[in-house]
Design a protein around this ligand. Structure first.
Ligand code: URA
Length: 422
């Protein structure tokens, strides 16, 4: 077999055989298939698609390229959540300890932000001392101690995906449903969770801009998980505006702690509780209502144990950016639109995100939102506060926000927070 035969088969709209898929993933992982050949194949897949059998074979081959984790030594069910990524999406932070407080183990391998979307590991790293890299034994230790662990995937987990994702990122081949579904699910299945809830984001700040595309992605991922023996459900949720009122690393940790203390913005609380219920149901756990665990302090206790078990100090002050700038409402009326992508791009330019994988992020940079779509505003009142380490960043952030929000006479249309379930 050779790479050109596989590329040409997909370029011409054909179906790849199981043998072709197994061979190409294995040969790419070992370096026998070159990056430029895999890039050509990824583009052919983006343009011509893959059927369910091909996607399942592709996912299995990526899982087989590395190790598979096993939590059978634990005495309670495991459950995890994966979000396809958005702006202000800090839900993992309150959700993992909340679900642990309700009786499941939550082994969550998370990622870093790239582009305008934030990454859970970058957020948690703003907590002094907290460590993202753990060995498998350390992961098990944190799980036993706190019930939840959020850390980086080791290099042994789905190495084919690691290589392919980095290649897709620089070859315009990210936005393919078969490639996104197989990328996410290969890691989640290899992670060994028994139950999985997918939060598929929809809107300007998400990969999937329309509910139709999001549903197709959700259905593909749910089928892959179910076929692999993982109890999998998906929610389609709104990402046309940012989630919560904080966008940026330390700012989002602060907001998550408010939620764990029983407060926080209503959309973050609602989505956290809804996803927690789905995770517990998928794990077969009943008896404790997640809303109660936010109110009675048990989720906060689990958070503190989880942060401390990974070297972090849950009481340490969080870093703050040295410079701030206020953006004021241009008129009186109602904030009719606040575009998630514009806010994510502005936060990125303020230093909260990175342009290349190896770049550092600023812990304190980001945006605090003082109004959300539908809120009444008065001309001159603060709409948002921008935070950056250097004032020179404000100009480019303001350019990103230009046209990204509107004050009108009435509230504009927005997606419901939970659009659907698969
Ligand atoms: N997240 C992933 O892990 N993979 C993708 O392809 C897209 C988002």
């Amino acid at each position: 077999m050779d790479a050109i035969e596989v590329i040409v088969a997909k370029r011409d709209g054909g179906e790849l055989t199981a043998a072709q898929i197994d061979w190409v993933i294995d040969a790419y992982t070992t370096g026998a298939v070159a990056d430029e050949q895999m890039a050509a194949l990824a583009m052919a897949i983006l343009l011509n698609g893959m059927n369910r059998r091909e996607i399942a074979g592709w996912t299995e081959a990526m899982i087989r390229s590395g190790e598979r984790m096993d939590w059978s030594a634990l005495d309670r069910p495991t459950a995890d959540k994966h979000s396809t990524g958005g702006v202000g999406d800090k839900i993992t932070l309150p959700l993992a300890p909340l679900v642990a407080a309700c009786g499941a183990y939550v082994p969550q391998l998370s990622g870093r932000g790239l582009g305008h979307t934030g990454g859970t590991l970058d957020k948690l790293e703003s907590i002094p001392g907290w460590r993202a890299s753990l060995s498998n034994d350390e992961m098990l230790g944190v799980l036993r101690e706190a019930g939840a662990v959020v850390c980086a995937a080791g290099s042994g987990l789905a190495p084919a995906d690691k290589k392919l994702y980095a290649l897709r990122d620089v070859t315009g081949t990210v936005e393919s449903i078969p490639l996104i579904a197989s990328s996410i699910m290969s890691k989640k299945i290899a992670e060994g969770t028994g139950a999985l809830v997918l939060d598929v984001k929809v809107g300007s700040g998400a990969f999937m801009k329309t509910p139709e595309r999001a549903r197709e992605l959700a259905e593909t991922m749910v089928a892959l998980g179910t076929d692999a023996g993982v109890r999998t459900v998906a929610l389609l949720t709104a990402m046309d505006r940012p989630l919560g009122r904080a966008v940026g690393n330390a700012l989002e940790v602060e907001e998550s702690v408010e939620v764990l203390a029983g407060g926080g913005p209503s959309d973050v609380v609602e989505l956290t509780v809804r996803l927690a219920r789905e995770m517990l149901e998928a794990a077969g756990i009943s008896g404790k209502d997640p809303a109660d665990a936010l109110g009675d302090g048990s989720a906060m206790d689990a958070w503190r144990r989880m942060i401390a078990a990974q070297g972090g100090d849950p009481d340490a002050p969080l870093p703050r950016a040295g410079e701030t700038m206020t953006v004021e409402a241009p008129a009186s009326g109602v904030l009719s639109r606040l575009d998630a992508y514009a806010v994510g791009l502005a936060a990125w330019r303020l230093g909260a995100g990175r342009a290349r994988k190896e770049d550092p992020v600023s812990a304190g940079a980001g945006i605090t939102l003082h109004a959300k779509p539908g809120d009444p505003v008065r001309q001159g009142q603060p709409l948002m506060t921008l935070h950056a380490d250097e004032a020179a960043r404000f100009e480019r952030a303001l350019a990103a926000l230009d046209g990204g929000y509107e004050v009108g006479e009435t509230a504009g249309e927005q997606l419901p927070l939970v659009i659907g379930r698969v």
